[in-house]
Design a protein around this ligand. Structure first.
Ligand code: PLP
Length: 226
């Protein structure tokens, strides 16, 4: 990515799409089974619009407030956008998140499950849900501890009537990501969950080889964040 400053976002998007198709082929995976989420956090509408114009429709944001500031207008212009929340969600913002996002990757505690269930009932909107796993069991890090994932997923289903589609993780900084991705894949398989949200700009090839269905790329598409 040494020439990241010279390339435009649509050019980087095309390069990523080409590489992703190659990775899919190498790993005997259908390219359509791997959703490319363009993470547009910190970038304004002027940076996002060229990527929309290039035909991309799947985007990720990590803050509800920031997304609320820029996506309603972009959605009016590009109605088939699919917006993913990939960052921490406070229970008191659950209703706003349910209104804004099509997919939420950061469900990680009972209070949030309960707030999302209520917001979904009240609004009639049903964003798809991923449970975030604290895959390295790091203190202070968001996500359900590995040992509690099965119980939490079951609780989401039975107590809150939520349908959980998959698991999401952010491996510990500095660790090789591969073993963490492999563990997330094993957990998902044991719980009969079809989707795996894992892999960022630096490690998505490993994630694809270990079964990622959703990769979240910011820098690789938009360049360095300011
Ligand atoms: C910012 C972010 C990404 C994208 O990171 P890049 O390294 O820029 O690709 C992916 N996932 C989460 C949860 C993020 O916060």
């Amino acid at each position: 990515m040494e020439d990241a400053f010279e390339k435009t976002a649509p050019e980087r998007l095309r390069a990523v799409q080409t590489k992703l198709a190659e990775l899919a082929r190498k790993n005997n995976r259908a390219p359509d089974d791997i959703a490319l989420i363009a993470v547009s956090k910190t970038h304004g509408a002027e940076a996002i619009t060229p990527v929309l114009e290039a035909g991309h429709r799947v985007f990720g944001e990590n803050r509800v407030q920031e997304a609320a500031g820029k996506w309603p207008a972009l959605r009016r212009a590009y109605s088939d956008v699919q917006l993913h929340l990939i960052g921490a969600l406070q229970s008191n913002k659950a209703a706003e998140a349910v209104g804004l996002f099509d997919v939420i990757h950061s469900l990680d505690r009972p209070k949030l499950a309960s707030a999302l269930a209520r917001a979904m009932t009240e609004s009639g909107r049903n964003p798809r849900l991923f449970v975030q796993v604290n895959i390295g069991d790091e203190p202070q890090k968001a996500g359900v501890p590995v040992a509690d994932v099965a119980g939490f997923v079951s609780n989401c289903r039975t107590q809150h009537g939520l349908s959980i589609e998959g698991l999401m993780c952010l491996p510990p900084v500095g660790d090789a990501a591969g073993p963490h991705f492999a563990l997330l894949g094993k957990l998902a398989a044991s719980l009969d969950l079809a989707c795996l949200s894992m892999g960022m700009s630096a490690d998505y090839p490993a994630a694809v080889s270990l079964g990622a269905t959703h990769i979240r790329l910011g820098t690789a598409i938009f360049g360095p964040r300011g």
